[in-house]
Design a protein around this ligand. Structure first.
Ligand code: CA
Length: 224
């Protein structure tokens, strides 16, 4: 079992590493959000333990970026803050569990055990949101018993929305996810593919539509 610990308080990072290694886990530690993203995308971890208050990108940003990039590793957020709104922000942003500092080693190990067990059992092969289901291996989009095949770019664009179904997605993010960083594709290319996807949603009779948010991007909307 490989665990990534992201914590800028070095004494705490060392303590976490010691506690976890004592239980037989292999532990990497990094101290900031950008390194966390590099490591999490470069290695198959069973769990990421992620502090909220970090230099550069904070923990919430790290979760958001990892989930947007399709990294499904379970994430346990650590924070000194105790307010409920932080907890909600962390879990809505794609974290799996949340623990406030200070904590007892037994509590940490119990949560780590629960999250790493779950990883072995859940195989994500489709994303569901409202009446939609997107099959990640076949790129088939289904709703209410009807199915339609998506092209590669339609798939990448829609997957970005369904992974973050309540967020406004910047056009730039859609360009990067579907066309890549080096592409010369423009906002117009995105617009064209959004229109293809809209036709397919309409064909399926889905309650989901895609709304353009002027000068920002697009978001999903659910009709009543
Ligand atoms: Ca910190």
């Amino acid at each position: 079992m490989q665990i990534l610990v992201v914590e800028d308080e070095l004494n705490l990072a060392k303590a976490l590493k010691r506690i976890l290694e004592h239980q037989g886990y292999f532990v990497d530690t990094v101290e900031d959000g950008l390194s966390a993203i590099d490591y999490a995308k470069g290695m198959e971890y069973n769990l990421i333990i992620l502090d909220v208050m970090l230099p550069q990108l904070d923990g919430f940003e790290v979760v958001r970026i990892l989930r947007m990039d399709g990294v499904n590793t379970p994430i346990l957020m650590l924070t000194a803050r105790t307010s409920t709104s932080d907890k909600v922000a962390g879990l809505n942003g794609g974290a799996d569990d949340y623990m406030t500092k200070p904590f007892e080693p037994e509590e940490l190990l119990a949560r780590v055990g629960a999250l790493t067990r779950r990883k072995g059992e859940v195989i994500v092969n489709s994303i569901k949101y409202n009446d939609l289901e997107l099959d990640l291996s076949s790129a088939m989009l289904s709703s209410g018993g009807e199915s339609v095949q998506l092209s590669h770019k339609e798939f990448e664009v829609l997957k970005t929305f369904l992974t973050n179904p309540t967020m406004t997605i910047p056009t730039e993010t859609l360009l990067i996810n579907a066309w890549g960083l080096d592409s010369e594709a423009t906002d117009n290319n995105v617009e064209v593919y959004i229109s293809f996807i809209r036709k397919k949603l309409k064909y399926l009779g889905s309650a989901i539509s895609i709304r353009k948010i002027h000068k920002i991007g697009y978001r999903l909307e659910v009709s009543e």
